[in-house]
Each structure stands twice: as structure tokens, then as C-alpha cells.
Design a protein around this ligand. Structure first.
Ligand code: ZN
Length: 306
């Protein structure tokens, strides 16, 4: 419309000076770019205006953050669609974790994990042993095996195969291990076992209690990693699998802490820790500081406490 009006004015002006001109051409239609009132504001005014968003791309209204694409990988960034006000925003997702953009929200890292279901025995006997264990070890152990997970505890199996670990965890009743027998007949287990190549097996639902860490079983998810011996140290693929799993679990549950098994006594004295027997403590070394450092380096974006 403006171009047509300009043309008409020009035409009229030219006509009045009697100079022959070509007739006005049809205006070219340009896709309208949304006008953003927020973009005209300076930072202080933007801050004061509740209807505007101030971020790395400057001041803008939520509606002008158009659909965005996402890129996967270590230094992924969200990119704006052409004509939109959103500029590149770094996401810094670890490998295997996708940076998701759009909807006006800041970019977030979301893991897609591939799980192999390898359930251990869950029957009436195991459920009953779990309830008995809770009654003995928690101040107010509920009459159920259900948990609300808030902590993720990483372990190593110190064995060299998935099958070995699975066979250890599968029976409902604890076999051998005199140091643990006194604390209850419920067998030890974990929710996940990660193989050396990063394959993730799920053994139990994460809202069902597993016996894998003193004082925290009722609030924690246990992830075992095959290996940890001198012959078979934990691998980079296991770090990546643990990171993806932690991202995914944090997305689905109210996770506040990620710890190594060897760090469990650091949570003693917090509301999370509940163990009625003050003498029941074992010293752990798994999965070690190196593995925890490698995992924590890649989950810093989740802001989880150690
Ligand atoms: Zn452990």
C-alpha cells in the first residue's frame, strides 16, 4: 500500500512537471515481518516492562521468538528461523543429549535414552522383604515398596559382565555377604546396569525401592556400571550413557542430587538420609572420583547438588 501511494505521489509530481514517465509498476509483495514494540526499548525499560523479555538476543516480546530449529551435540545452539528476532543461543548439551528450542522458552537439554528392559524378579516375596527392610531401617517406613526418587547413586559392579551382575541381583533373597545379612534378607539390586559399551538395562521401575545404598534407598535410583576393576576400568561410553540417563531421569522426576556410592555418607544429617541403625555403615570406593568428575563435567547444566 505504501509503495503504491509513493508511486502515485511520484506519478502526480512528475505529471505536474510534464516530464513523461513510465506508468507505476505493481508493488512487490513482501512477507510482513512482525513489528516488535519491545525491540524499541532500551534494557532498563525492557526490564520494567513485564510484557517484554530481555535475554541474549536483546529485548523482544515472547511472540516474536518464532519457531526454532535445534542442533545436536556438544556445542549445540538454538538458531532462529529467518525473520525472527531470536539470535543463536548456546545450549551446551553433552553428546547424546539434544538441545531443544522453541515455544519462547530458553533452550534446554533433553536426553533420549534407549533402554533394554531386563527385569529382575519382582514378586510378592520381594515386595514383602522390601517392606520389612524399610520398617527396620527407616524412622517411618511406609507399608509399601514405592519411592519418590530425589537422588541418583552411581556404582560400579566390580564384576566384568552384565550377566554376572544380573544373576547377583535377580533373586529376592540375599545370598552370602555376611556383612549385609544382619541388616535384612532383602537382596541387593539396582534400577539400571550400564554395560561397557553404554548399553543400558533397566531392572526395576525407578519408583520401586532397590537395596543399593545405606540410608538413601527410600529416595534414590541406583545405576550400576559393569567393570571398575584394574582389568576393566569404566569407559567413556559408560560416562555418556550415565549422563544421558541422568538427564532423562531429571526430566521425569524431582532429582536434586547425583552422588557416587563412595560419597553416600556426605548426605548423612540431611533430611534425605534415614537409617535407624547408627552402626550400620560400610565404606565404599565405587565408582571413584575420576568417573564422578567425568560425569559431573557434563551434567553441570542440571545444577544438581553433589
Ligand atoms: Zn556401589
Amino acid at each position: 500500500m505504501t509503495i503504491r501511494l509513493l508511486g502515485l505521489l511520484l506519478f502526480t509530481a512528475c505529471k505536474s512537471s510534464q516530464v513523461p514517465v513510465e506508468p507505476p509498476q505493481e508493488p512487490v509483495l513482501v512477507e510482513p515481518v512482525p513489528v516488535d514494540a519491545c525491540a524499541a526499548l532500551d534494557e532498563a525499560a525492557c526490564w520494567d516492562d513485564a510484557s517484554c523479555i530481555l535475554d541474549a538476543s536483546g529485548c523482544h516480546s515472547p511472540v516474536t521468538r518464532c519457531e526454532t530449529t535445534f542442533v545436536q551435540g556438544g556445542t549445540s545452539a538454538c538458531q532462529s528461523a529467518p525473520g525472527c528476532s531470536l539470535i543463536q543461543e548456546p545450549c551446551f548439551c553433552p553428546p547424546g543429549v539434544t538441545c531443544v528450542c522453541g515455544g519462547g522458552a530458553p533452550p534446554t537439554c533433553v536426553a533420549g535414552v534407549s533402554l533394554t528392559q531386563s527385569p529382575i524378579i519382582w514378586d510378592a516375596q520381594r515386595e514383602q522383604l522390601t517392606i520389612v527392610y524399610r520398617a527396620a531401617h527407616q524412622q517411618q517406613g511406609p507399608e509399601s515398596a514405592d519411592i519418590h526418587p530425589q537422588v541418583i547413586v552411581l556404582h560400579w559392579t566390580a564384576g566384568e559382565s552384565f550377566n554376572g551382575a544380573f544373576q547377583t541381583f535377580n533373586p529376592a533373597r540375599l545370598g552370602g555377604r555376611a556383612e549385609l545379612q544382619g541388616a535384612g534378607a532383602l537382596n541387593v539390586s539396582a534400577h539400571f546396569i550400564v554395560e561397557q559399551d553404554g548399553t543400558i538395562h533397566q531392572l526395576l521401575p525407578v519408583t520401586t525401592m532397590a537395596r543399593h545404598v545405606i540410608g538413601l534407598n527410600h529416595v534414590s535410583i541406583g545405576i550400576e556400571n559393569v567393570g571398575g576393576t584394574d582389568n576393566m576400568p569404566l569407559t567413556e561410553a559408560q560416562v555418556t550413557a550415565n549422563v544421558s540417563l541422568i538427564y532423562w531421569l531429571s526430566d521425569e522426576h524431582d532429582i536434586t542430587h547425583v552422588i557416587g556410592h563412595h560419597e553416600y555418607q556426605q548426605l548423612e544429617g540431611t533430611p534425605l538420609f534415614d537409617e535407624t541403625d547408627d552402626t550400620y555403615r560400610t565404606t565404599k570406593v565405587d565408582p571413584g572420583d575420576v568417573f564422578m568428575r567425568n560425569v559431573r563435567r557434563q551434567i553441570s547444566g542440571l545444577r544438581l547438588a553433589p
